[in-house]
Design a protein around this ligand. Structure first.
Ligand code: KIV
Ligand code: NA
Length: 267
């Protein structure tokens, strides 16, 4: 097949066709996303979506590696980017490198993502200069939910807008190949996109961004409550529920398994 996309390929898509991205947490869904996406994010949102945690703060490096390796095995063409979990990179550049190196080596992914702007710029630079492509993430950064006071949109006053624009410029300067812009007022996302030479990947941001990303389970209709920025492209929760109900009825009625589902002795 075709060669898998690299971080530089995504970087080079600035000003070209919009970058298509979705999350995936394991091979079964990654395989379905792979032919249609430029990059697949193994997001630490898996802690909430897949493991039932209240926030992403309890997600560990081992969890990210387990899911990341599964996604890499299920894909051949999209770049796979794995989120660095809370607590695995903030304390020092040294710690960040050790964590990112484990993610790269044990999953086979092509890049990592970490949350933060100006405060993380030296870490982005440290990793980027040592062979680890970094996607940054600014605006609504879910690992900072306690500091932000909740999952709420950002950039509602001029000082906040200046800070977020400065964050985006800082990670670009530090060598990030792309930046996720999440949950910011629309004109700010458009302004950041114009100001940067690296692609912006929007989520709850702007159609002007260089690409878009959504959490797969959210857009498929598998999750209960979603932010307003999610467009539902499917109702898989309803489909699964109907299938499970039909199965339960069949089992209780002894209608499953049928004669075609059982093995007849050959002799
Ligand atoms: O963890 C995640 O899924 C993310 C995306 C929503 C950007 O970081
Ligand atoms: Na994330």
């Amino acid at each position: 097949g075709t060669k898998r996309k690299s971080a530089p390929d995504i970087r080079a898509q600035k000003g070209g066709p919009p970058i298509v991205s979705l999350t995936a947490y394991s091979a079964v869904t990654a395989r379905l996303v792979d032919p249609h996406a430029d990059f697949i994010l193994v997001g630490d949102s898996l802690g909430m979506v897949e493991h039932g945690l209240a926030s992403t703060l309890g997600v560990t490096l081992d969890m990210m590696i387990l899911h990341g390796a599964s996604v890499v095995r299920g894909t051949t063409s999209a770049l796979v980017v794995v989120d660095m979990p809370f607590g695995s990179y903030e304390a020092s550049e040294r710690e960040a490198f050790a964590s990112a190196a484990r993610i790269m080596a044990e999953t086979g992914c092509g890049a990592v993502k970490l949350e933060g702007g100006a405060a993380m710029a030296s870490t982005v630079k440290h990793l980027s200069e040592r062979g680890i492509p970094v996607c940054a993430h600014v605006g609504l950064t879910p690992q900072a939910v306690n500091a932000l006071g909740g999952f709420r949109s950002q950039g509602h006053d001029a000082a906040a807008r200046d800070r977020i624009l400065n964050d985006a410029k800082a990670v670009e300067q530090a060598g990030a190949f792309a930046v996720v812009v999440e949950g910011v007022v629309e004109p700010l996302a458009a302004e950041i996109t114009r100001a940067l030479t690296i692609p912006t990947i929007g989520i709850g941001a702007s159609s002007a961004c260089d690409g878009q990303i959504l959490v797969l389970e959210d857009m498929l209709g598998l999750t209960m409550r979603v932010p307003r920025f999610v467009k539902r492209y499917g109702a898989l929760g309803d489909s699964i529920e109907a299938a499970v109900r039909a199965y339960a009825e069949d089992v209780r009625a002894r209608a499953f398994p049928g004669s075609e589902h059982v093995y007849k002795p050959r002799g």
